[in-house]
Design a protein around this ligand. Structure first.
Ligand SMILES: [Zn+2]
Length: 495
């Protein structure tokens, strides 16, 4: 529940200005107040200048100017900075971070070949753990305070234990999307060892569970049993829908006809779908997780915000996988806003028209990156905005030495189009300060770096050097060359 109680007491003007706290003072026991920041609340007040945000325990307890705070409160100077809710990534295959950037030149077909036929043959639970550990650390380091791990390589519960172990070591907020792309979802969700694992799993504010599987085109609909299992166990479902050539209107039609579509389903990508499918998603209350950089590069279809907003379908944002691109949420917002506007211009030009007003705004993508993500995970009442009563997941974007951080005239636009991960000054998750003045607190990179190095070494040796190199460098096809009717010769141009 959210209570809109705001502390109205005024700080005594004579009170001494406290010293800047040291990182080791953030022990989780003392309240924290951000002073004099520009607060982008992502709820009704919107943008508040020279405003304080008080965190007590794991909760945002007040938002206002010159807040009186309990004795012993640690004060963070937020002046010159922008305070936003922490970002929420609703779809990331975190285990694939172990091979960061390996497939940057892939199209979707190379991804499938690699993960089904090559990597899929060799990887172990410790490879899942290594990727998850690095990805989880990256999330909290860059202000992604909640991440849904679309963990589709859990071939046995031991792999799931490895995924969870990483989340126990990194104090971010996570949702495990349990999946197994090497098996059929109606089979693995019916397996006794899987069901026993789910029974043992204890859901908390910091780590909860969803089921992750896809519905490829087929004549029948065996996945119905997996949806039923999820429903019977109160678990949300996330599914790649609207992926060109893989999951299309046919699968979505089966889902609708079987009555499994409702507000607990997240449709990842949802590109390449027909108007009829979009109507079905909208009518049943589902949300779409848009992975713009993924869709642009891998080819699931054009990033769908320009389409789904016409149907009133809410979107969240996601980065999909770091085997291709980064997990940088500033990049996600920027790419999404630009791709939406780009498509609007293209559609207009094709009709001989000119776009006079950009319909999608920076505040819309910041909403998708925060509250929209929280809603998609069923956590909209507890995280996603800077609202008293919500959990304290906060991001202070501040960098006094960066030319890109001054002047801040339009704070929301500034977050989306000007700021970057280098400007992440402070990160708070569940009231705990994990990063301050640009430095992580008590979260060394060495364990993740070492685990990933060992995983890379293992996978590389199992694949063999030739396969490893070929997987990284898909062969080029000849470029189409267009004959130029013009020639340029110096003597002609001079005459
Ligand atoms: Zn995906």
């Amino acid at each position: 529940m959210v209570t809109n109680v705001q502390c109205q007491l005024i700080l005594n003007e004579e009170d001494p200005v406290p010293d800047t706290p040291r990182a080791d003072q953030f022990d989780g026991k003392r309240p924290i107040v951000f002073r004099n920041g520009t607060v982008v609340t992502v709820d009704t007040p919107g943008v508040l200048r020279d405003t304080d945000v008080l965190v007590t325990g794991d909760t945002i307890t007040a938002v206002g100017q010159k807040l009186a705070v309990p004795e012993g409160t640690l004060e963070i100077d937020a002046s010159g900075g922008i305070l936003t809710p922490g970002f929420v990534d609703t779809h990331r295959h975190m285990w694939q971070t172990a091979l960061r950037g390996y497939g940057g030149d892939w199209a979707l077909s190379q991804y499938f070949v690699f993960y089904y036929l090559q990597h899929g043959e060799v990887f172990r639970p410790e490879d899942i753990y290594a990727g998850n550990l690095l990805s989880a650390l990256e999330s909290v380091d860059t202000g992604v305070t909640t991440t849904l791990d679309w963990s589709h390589a859990l071939r046995t519960p031991e792999y799931a234990d490895a995924a969870v172990k990483a989340f126990e070591e990194i104090p971010g907020r996570f949702v495990l999307g349990y999946g197994n792309y090497l098996g059929a979802p109606w089979e693995w969700t019916a397996a006794a060892d899987f069901q026993a694992w789910v029974k043992r799993f204890t859901s908390s504010d910091m780590l909860s569970l969803e089921i992750a599987f896809d519905v490829p085109d087929s004549e029948d609909f065996p996945e119905k049993a997996a949806f039923q299992y999820a429903k019977d166990n109160g678990l949300r479902v996330t599914t790649h829908a609207g992926v060109w050539g893989a999951t299309t209107d046919i699968g979505l039609g089966h889902m609708y006809d079987a009555g499994v579509m409702d507000e607990t389903i997240t449709y990842v990508h949802a590109a390449s779908l027909s108007p009829d499918s979009y109507h079905k998603i909208a009518a049943t209350g589902g949300t779409v997780s848009v992975s713009t950089e993924s869709e642009q590069s891998a080819g699931q279809g054009y990033p769908s915000t320009w389409e789904i907003r016409k149907y009133g379908i809410p979107a969240s944002l996601s980065m999909d996988t770091s085997v291709w691109w980064s997990a940088d949420f500033f990049s996600a917002m920027r790419a999404t806003l630009s791709s939406d506007r780009s498509r609007a211009h293209l559609e207009a030009h094709n009709k001989g028209e000119t776009v006079a007003v950009n319909q999608l705004r920076a505040e819309d993508v910041l909403w998708m990156a925060t509250q929209g993500g929280a809603n998609a995970l069923g956590m909209g009442d507890t995280i996603g905005s800077i609202t008293p009563g919500k959990k304290a997941d906060l991001l202070l974007i501040k960098n006094d030495q960066s030319p890109a951080m001054t002047p801040i005239l339009n704070p929301t636009v500034h977050v989306v189009y000007q700021a970057g991960t280098a400007d992440v000054h402070t990160v708070v998750v569940n009231g705990r300060v994990l990063k301050y003045e640009g430095q992580r607190i008590g979260l060394d990179i060495a364990p993740a770096r070492d685990a990933v190095a060992a995983s890379v070494e293992y996978v590389r040796s199992k694949l063999g050097e030739k396969e490893w190199e070929e997987g990284m460098h898909p062969p080029l096809e000849p470029n189409e060359e267009i004959e130029n009717p013009y020639t340029y010769r110096e003597d002609e141009s001079a005459s």
